[in-house]
Design a protein around this ligand. Structure first.
Ligand code: NDP
Ligand code: MG
Length: 389
């Protein structure tokens, strides 16, 4: 029986993780649930899964959650610091990191510091502070099991292999809803359109990142740190069916891939169950439904965020952190129709140019870079709005 802390339980990954838990009550027990603002769903989940504790990080929601659960033996905490404490509890075996964005970083570091196994969905953690996170994991001898489908695929391909035998990895990208489109089309797209992903149903932020290909850029950086790769060992190929979830090419030229229908429950279940494979009744892939697979080079010119992320990865230091912060801000603004689709890349690029480079950042440096990048991005968006209207 594994006792889980599910951080971000009200999100797309969090709710699917709870579906996996509900299907296997003999294998998993919920010790902790966390949400930010969705008090209603958190209360519902707490009543169903009876965790030892729930955390609602938005302090305005604390009283409501506390009152709703007052008759039950469930501790209720609030604020981001509670997350860092609770993940370190003796009674937690595995922490599923499914908070979105930079907000998930500190709880992952706290979990690793306490020696907890981390099932990692929050890719921004590794984009922002990959070196710091991985060196702490090595020091504490902690396993980080990827939940991101591409990284889960690579992780599965590497089982039984030596890391030194990797020649390169090839991340697959669905291409998102605007595959094949050009700037003259993209200039007019709105959030409602970009939120229609062809293959995956996900949270709003990652869905926009998939439409701009920033998601694949973030995943390149995530892979670099997770698997200890050099920049030139990471490639991207567009595979619009999302059936081959990524490839590893070895030093003898042999290539392994992991396949399956696009369903996040599969990598979530794999990460929570690892090293055990768990039987399930998810729909199976059939070649009858797929007579052809397509593979194409990504369009770095149109989807500039992919090129920007590659550049950030190559520059290193605090640059990926700065890029991530600017991206979080522009995506939020795009969702509120305050910035255009193509303008998002302009803002990110400008922020990256302006922030002071730090080659070996500390945690405090990352926090400062994140704050500064957000302020700058907000100013640039404001200016661009003024020039439009
Ligand atoms: P969602 O937006 O659906 O969920 C995010 C979760 O984080 C919610 O529980 C939300 O709480 C919580 N949250 C938001 N802001 C904060 C904050 N400031 N502090 C604490 N908690 C917060 O996101 P997804 O589930 O789609 O994604 C989660 C992570 O997993 C992301 O990093 C994403 O890149 C990654 N991922 C997601 C995939 C997917 O299929 N969805 C695939 C691969 C990776 P509330 O809703 O209560 O406000
Ligand atoms: Mg992915």
């Amino acid at each position: 029986m594994k006792r889980l802390a599910i951080l971000g339980s009200t999100g797309s990954i969090g709710t699917q993780a709870l579906d996996v838990v509900a299907a296997h009550p003999d294998l998993f027990e919920v010790e902790v649930l966390s949400a930010h603002s969705n008090d209603k769903l958190l209360i519902e989940q707490a009543k169903k899964f009876s965790p030892n504790a729930v955390i609602v990080t938005d302090e305005k929601k604390y009283e409501k959650v506390k009152a709703a659960l007052s008759s039950l033996p469930i501790k209720v905490f609030s604020g981001p610091h509670a997350l860092m404490e609770v993940v370190q509890w003796e009674s937690v075996d595995v922490v599923l990191a499914a908070i979105v964005g930079f907000a998930g970083l500190h709880s992952v570091l706290a979990a690793i510091d306490a020696g907890k196994t981390v099932a990692l969905a929050n890719k921004e953690t590794l984009v922002v502070a990959g070196e710091l996170v991985m060196s702490l994991a090595q020091l504490r001898k902690v396993s980080i099991i990827p939940v991101d489908s591409e990284h889960s695929a690579i992780f599965q391909c590497l089982t039984g292999e030596h890391k030194t035998a990797i020649e390169k990895i090839i991340l697959t990208a669905s291409g998102g809803p605007f595959l094949g489109k050009k700037p003259n089309f993209l200039v007019n797209v709105k959030a409602s359109h970009a939120l229609q992903h062809p293959n995956w149903t996900m949270g709003a932020k990652i869905t926009i990142d998939s439409a701009t290909l920033m998601n694949k850029g973030l995943e390149m950086i995530e892979a670099k740190w997770l698997f200890g790769l050099n920049n030139d060992q990471i490639e991207v190929v567009v595979h619009r069916e999302s059936i081959l979830h990524s490839f590893v090419q070895f030093c003898d030229g042999s290539i392994k891939a992991q396949m399956g229908l696009p369903d996040m429950k599969l990598p979530i279940q794999y990460a929570l169950g690892y090293p055990q494979r768990i039987q399930n009744d998810f729909p199976r892939f059939s070649f009858k439904n797929y007579s052809k697979f397509h593979f194409d080079a990504p369009d770095y010119k149109t989807f500039r965020n992919l090129a920007i992320a590659k550049e950030a990865m190559e520059k290193g230091g605090n640059v990926p952190c700065v890029m991530n912060a600017a991206n979080e801000l522009v995506v939020d603004s795009f969702l509120k129709n305050k910035v255009g689709f193509l303008e998002m890349s302009d803002v990110i690029e400008k922020v990256m140019e302006k922030i002071t480079f730090i080659e070996h950042p500390s945690l405090e440096d990352y926090e400062k870079s994140d704050r500064e990048a957000r302020i700058l991005a907000a100013e640039l968006i404001k200016k661009s709005q003024l020039s439009v209207y």
